[in-house]
Write a protein that binds this ligand. Structure first.
Ligand code: NAD
Length: 362
């Protein structure tokens, strides 16, 4: 029996997770899948109940699962900068760290009917389908940092440090991911300047020998940030370090023009992963039926594909989202007057109905 830990969190989290679970339940019964799930508290709701943003017991349950499906955490009720006060977001860092999730995957696909939501031109965008694979537990965000002074005054430094093994494991995941897509990968670095990037490039080239059916090219990060705006269609998988990935994944997300559509995954080698929308808990629209559940539903599709090896079911979910958008149904965040406005649960039901149709044709 495969196990999923479901943690809806705060704000719109429970609303969009609810729509997603309807789809999971349907998939389990339609295909007799041996999947069980249980709920856990994370973020503000856990602070309210237990005084901490996530209990050790909940983390243990995540460790004993095959995957974690997360909504979002946070909200004004728990906003604090006071030292020692628990913050909902601390739970996310803790879970990622405790589970050893070293890779972050963010796919960005342009939906034809939504092309006008982006600030880029239609001809530049049509056909864009990129996955940014970011190393998550190494590099400058975790390297040594200090603030010191000498005769010239105060100074500070941060250190970009990568071990070969850290680059090897993310590169392997990159090539494997490229195999599930169009077999093209771009490794992004700054090897003309940084020694850590030169090691990155060497190691990626070495691992490429194990995956010689995949087309690999290297690109400097400054050029990549320009090319993403000039001609994003040239990219499929972008493999990069923690800091470069942080910046490039936000740039790539903004190409799509809509935050409510984008899922993400954080993985480790044995395929255990945490899956969540890239957006936050949107407290401004909580409880109003306005939240777009698509990013959460697509996070389930990623979970089925990457952690449970259920690519067919993942394809059906992604295809159903395409069809519903093609038919002109929109939640408020992506609505314009030419379309049909629907609530969170209506959108969830429409996607579920399309999934049922696709599964019947199967
Ligand atoms: P946000 O992503 O929650 O919201 C930004 C804007 O996008 C808001 O106007 C919101 O209404 C809208 N939006 C976001 N998701 C939407 C959806 N699915 N459907 C329709 N509209 C959507 O970012 P924020 O406002 O900066 O943060 C709100 C809270 O979320 C904060 O407490 C923040 O710390 C937290 N947060 C959590 C995560 C996470 O859980 N991974 C990530 C980012 C922010």
């Amino acid at each position: 029996m495969k196990k999923i830990m479901v943690m809806p969190g705060d704000g719109i989290g429970p609303e969009i997770v609810n729509e997603t679970i309807k789809i999971l339940d349907y998939m389990i019964s339609k295909y007799n899948l041996e999947i069980g799930y249980e709920y856990g508290d994370i973020g503000g709701i856990a602070i309210d109940k237990y005084g901490i943003p996530v209990k050790d017991e909940t983390i243990e349950k995540c460790k004993n699962s095959n995957a974690v499906l997360l909504g979002a955490v946070g909200g004004p009720k728990w906003d604090t900068t006071l030292p020692g006060k628990p913050r909902p977001e601390d739970a996310l860092l803790k879970v990622r760290k405790e589970l050893g999730l070293f890779a972050n995957l963010r796919p960005v696909k342009i939906y034809k009917p939504l092309v006008s939501s982006s600030t880029l031109k239609e001809e530049v965008l049509t056909g864009v389908n990129i996955l940014v694979l970011r190393e998550l537990t190494g590099g400058i965000y975790f390297g040594e940092r200090k603030r010191l002074s000498d005769e010239k005054g105060e100074y500070a430094y941060d250190t970009e440090k990568y071990y070969t093994y850290e680059i090897e494991r993310i590169a392997r995941l990159g090539f494997k991911t490229a195999r599930m897509r169009s077999k093209k990968i771009t490794s992004v670095d700054k090897a003309n300047i940084l020694e850590s990037s030169r090691l990155w490039r060497e190691v990626v080239n070495k691992i490429h020998k194990e995956y010689d059916d995949i087309e690999l090219n290297h690109m400097y990060v400054d050029n990549t940030s320009m090319q993403l705006i000039r001609n994003p269609k040239q990219f499929d998988v972008i493999l990069t370090s923690n800091m470069f990935g942080d910046i490039l994944s936000d740039e790539t997300a903004m190409i799509s023009g809509s935050i409510g559509l984008l899922p993400s995954a954080s993985l480790r080698e044995d395929s255990l992963g945490m899956y969540e929308p890239i957006h936050g808990s949107a407290p401004d629209i909580q409880g109003q039926g306005k939240a777009n559940p698509i990013a959460q539903i697509l996070s389930l599709a990623m979970l089925l594909r990457y952690s449970l090896d259920l690519g067919l079911q993942a394809d059906f979910i992604e295809k159903a989202v395409d069809v519903v958008l093609e038919k002109g149904y929109r939640t408020a965040d992506i609505y314009d007057s030419k379309n049909k406005l629907v609530s969170t649960s209506e959108m969830g039901n429409l996607i579920l109905d399309e999934i049922k149709t696709l599964c019947l044709d199967d």
